[in-house]
Design a protein around this ligand. Structure first.
Ligand SMILES: Cc1cc2nc3c(=O)[nH]c(=O)nc-3n(C[C@H](O)[C@H](O)[C@H](O)COP(=O)(O)O)c2cc1C
Length: 143
């Protein structure tokens, strides 16, 4: 059964964008062999990741990711069966929202959530998380 898993996390302070680029680069080989596809979005210390693939493979990978000490706090947003992949183009595509330019930046900002300090943070609910991932997917493949 094909499934999609989306989670959100806050990475430990010592983990930066260069590390995420490395994580995604290493992940691509592994994900390809597991037939897993997806995206990894970073916003400050926050990350939002979508994994699509066979249920067993996605579950096992999520277990490994949960055990990864680079995560501060990890929060499952959704897990469920799907008919076909939406993020099938990427073995794992990393995107830094803080490096987004022009009009895209404004649309992305409208899909983020304002926290108590007024900072824009990644959404925790499925609808907005999926909308954000789908938007990033669209503009990323357009390039
Ligand atoms: C934010 C984040 C996303 C990750 N995404 C993946 C991924 O898509 N695929 C993958 O194989 N490892 C990913 N990893 C790395 C895994 O947590 C783990 O380090 C890796 O699978 C190696 O596990 P192993 O040492 O048990 O083989 C990610 C790690 C982090 C912190």
């Amino acid at each position: 059964m094909l499934v999609r898993l989306i989670y959100k996390s806050r990475l430990k302070e010592s983990v930066g964008w260069a590390d995420v680029v490395n994580i995604a680069s290493n992940a691509r080989g592994k994900n390809e062999s597991l037939n897993i596809t997806g995206m990894l979005i970073m916003n400050g210390a926050g990350v939002l990741q979508v994994l699509e693939g066979e249920s067993g493979a996605v579950n096992d990978l999520y277990g490994r990711i949960c055990a990864d000490e680079r995560h501060g706090n990890l929060q499952l947003i959704s897990f469920g069966a799907l008919g076909e992949r939406h993020f099938g183009r990427w073995k794992m595509k990393e995107v830094n929202l803080q490096r987004m330019k022009g009009d895209f930046r404004d649309v992305v900002a409208s899909l983020l959530i304002k926290d108590e300090q007024g900072n824009l943070t990644l959404p925790s609910d499925f609808e907005r998380a999926y909308a954000l991932l789908a938007f990033i997917d669209t503009i990323t493949s357009a390039r």
